[in-house]
Design a protein around this ligand. Structure first.
Ligand code: SAM
Ligand code: SF4
Length: 338
């Protein structure tokens, strides 16, 4: 039976879980390992790229790994996602994956990538213990792909998807950001591709971030509009999918094929009240929310006051994690780790 968007988000409008449960609720740590990227996606990076902080000036991956280990020992974090910038650009990534997968509390280490470097790296990351990948794919048209990524090459990302499949980094999930000017062409193409290749795809509402906020505003289109204009038949998600995960996983009947589609709707259906994520950026700064400019400089705290006092400070920082008033950030996503 097909369901409506209201059925997909039954928790909208319900009271958020008590704030006192927040620390227990944190399950996912997203670690950005670099601000740098070989693409310049319009919604993520300024066209000129970012001020070059060389990898040598950042905390080493070993230090980021130690901070992650320390966090998992104090919280219920059980999943780690590596992101960036483009995480595959950071030398030594395989060692970090291996050290994170060896942590007792960690059930899964995965990666979000533009896929372009996976043909060279998929096998070694798999051997290091990487479980699976999310690969960003906004268009299957070469020109539109190059336009939105400002120079990315579609064929490299498609080769990356194939490499991930061969290295068994499964389930592969495609991430696709919706844009008003192109979604009518992109969404059907992407659903065809996902159906033909047996891949899960997640459609993401565009958030206002970084330097292109006016563009982000004019290009915003809501999930509900996409779904109703395409007349998509959506089957209800499994009950356990209704928890805190931002993507509502559904099955969509697309020309007789069932495609698993995740809907990430931070603007039309905010999920922040149930957020279970914590972020650490490439400088080792803790970020309690994508949209919150306040951060906690963990490497500096560790050096200055030591781990036990640093944990006190971390707890009070985390206690201030509240849903943002608006999905709006002056920082570019590559900087925070999207
Ligand atoms: N380079 C990797 C990639 O592209 O997958 C990892 C980093 S990227 C910042 C992580 C995810 O954030 C991507 O799926 C990207 O599409 C998404 N993203 C970046 N800026 C966004 C925005 N303004 N609104 C919605 N999603 C965004
Ligand atoms: Fe790079 Fe990913 Fe940002 Fe695109 S979305 S510029 S691939 S970090």
């Amino acid at each position: 039976m097909s369901v409506s968007f209201v059925d997909l988000f039954p928790d909208q409008g319900r009271p958020d879980p008590p704030r006192s449960h927040l620390l227990r609720r944190l399950r996912v740590l997203r670690i950005s390992v670099t601000d740098l990227c070989n693409f310049r996606c319009r919604y993520c990076m300024p066209p000129e790229g970012v001020a070059k902080i060389r990898h040598g000036e950042l905390p080493g991956l070993e230090e980021l790994g130690d901070l992650a280990a320390w966090l998992t020992a104090h919280t219920n974090i059980e999943k780690i996602k590596l992101t960036g910038g483009e995480p595959l650009l950071r030398p030594g990534l395989g060692h970090l994956v291996a050290s994170l997968t060896s942590l007792a509390a960690v059930r899964e280490v995965s990666l979000t990538t533009n896929g372009s470097l996976l043909p060279q790296m998929a096998w070694s990351l798999r051997a290091a213990g990487l479980a699976r990948v999310n690969i960003s794919l906004d268009s299957l048209d070469e020109e539109r792909f190059a336009e939105v990524t400002r120079g990315g090459r579609l064929k490299n990302t498609l080769a990356g998807i194939e490499a991930a499949r061969q290295a068994d980094l499964q389930p592969i999930k495609l991430n696709s950001v919706l844009r008003r000017s192109t979604w009518q062409r992109e969404v059907p193409d992407l659903l065809d591709y996902a159906a033909e290749n047996g891949l899960e795809i997640r459609f993401i509402e565009l958030m206002r971030t970084g330097t292109e906020r006016t563009w982000c505003e004019s290009e915003f289109v809501s999930m509900g509009e996409v779904r109703s204009e395409l007349g998509l038949e959506i089957q209800a998600p499994a009950v356990d999918e209704l928890a805190a995960a931002p993507a509502r996983r559904t099955s969509v009947n697309w020309h007789g094929c069932n495609v698993v589609v995740g809907w990430i709707a931070p603007r039309s259906h905010p999920f922040c009240g149930r957020c279970e994520r914590l972020r650490m950026d490439a400088r080792g700064h803790l970020r309690r929310c994508l949209m919150d400019p306040q951060l906690l400089d963990l490497p500096e705290l560790m050096r200055r006051i030591g781990p036990s006092a640093a944990w006190e400070r971390t707890q009070s920082y985390l206690a201030g994690k509240t849903p943002p008033r608006k999905m709006d950030s002056a920082l570019a996503m590559n900087r925070i780790g999207g």
